[in-house]
Ligand binder design. Sequence first.
Ligand code: RNT
Ligand code: ZN
Length: 421
Amino acid sequence: MDQTSIERKYDEAKDKLAEIGVNADQALKQLPTYQLSIHCWQGDDVRGFEPSSSELTGSGLQVTGNYPGRARNVQELRQDLEEAIALIPGRHRVNLHSIYGEFNGRVERNEYEPGHFRGWLEWAKAHNLELDFNATCFAHPKAAGGMTLSHPRKEIRKFWIEHVKACRKIAAFFGRELKSYSIHNLWIPDGLKDRPANRWSYRQWLFDSLEEIFETEYSQTQLKDSLESKLFGLGTEAYVVGSHEFYLAYALQKGKMVCLDLGHFHPTESIADKISAIMTGGGELLLHLSRGVRWDSDHVVLLNDEIEAVCEEIVAVPDQEKIHLALDYFDASMNRVGAWVLGARAVEQGLLQALLLPGKKLEEAELQGDNLSKLYWRQYVRDLPLAAVWDYYCLMMDVPLESEWLGKIKEYEKNVLSRRN
Ligand code: RNT
Ligand code: ZN
């Protein structure tokens, strides 16, 4: 499609939207203000660059598939990220896990330092990206039993406390150097397969570990701490120490953020509904956008009902600075670079769709008790040419149209990924 026809189609869509009180130009101004943190771990199946990386087994995480082309080193991962980012409209962040440092030999996790991430920092600067960070309390012999910060043995807890402290320091280093806060998110696999003898002791240990970890204070302009809960994992079906209630209570008391992962709740529970519930009091929130299929399976995000509902809530947050968006999935059964692009663009499309909802009409109908109209307008917009608005946005942001990006990914696969084996 040439530029003039994209513009013409946009103008038509814009007029139709204006008829129902929606300002498309305004929506397109707001859309690029949402940043997405793109997760590095989709590029290599959560392996990282430690010389002897251990399996994910025992952490409740599982990557399935063996599609060719996985990034095998830091250069390949950055090259893949650059390719993906070039196909995603907007200005984004990159989310690193600590195991993606450049270690040059064996370095214990409790000895990770900002220096191991200088390469990432320089790369981020060169590409005008900001960085977020995650401690890696899994895929390690000391996490083999599935317990880390709540391990009954003090020396094991101490090791992981030191690791997380080191990771917060690295995140703060990114924040300082890039002059934009870095979010440090903490997720641990700790839990039990079957009925615990005592639910209290592990939670008390985790609480004490967190207290020690957060003893070091950083300015919020450099570092924002976030805590990610989970309902259950593989091997932790009966009990997860860091449950939603546990972290929510902790975070509210200590001024930390919680991270809501779309795969970490009961399948019928709506994450969309939790956003305003947690944030009314002024709290800050991180979202891990993922797609669970039957369980926390970390499938690539598509614009499904849940993402749609979540996006509506995101655009409704009064103080947009207080909500942070990150992708979190890992699928090794397909072109991994394309998986980034598909998921990220789906979220952007969800946000756009939410911005194009006739909010005034919905509110009016609701206030008048006109429930039929409230549903009617939701359905009505589905017939509007929203894709024309999206295409125009892609044109504006200088990224391929929806009909074009898959071809670019196939080309990249042919020229780069398929030569990696
Ligand atoms: C695990 C959590 C966590 C991880 C990443 C790799 O269930 O969702 O966020 O996916 O840290
Ligand atoms: Zn997550």
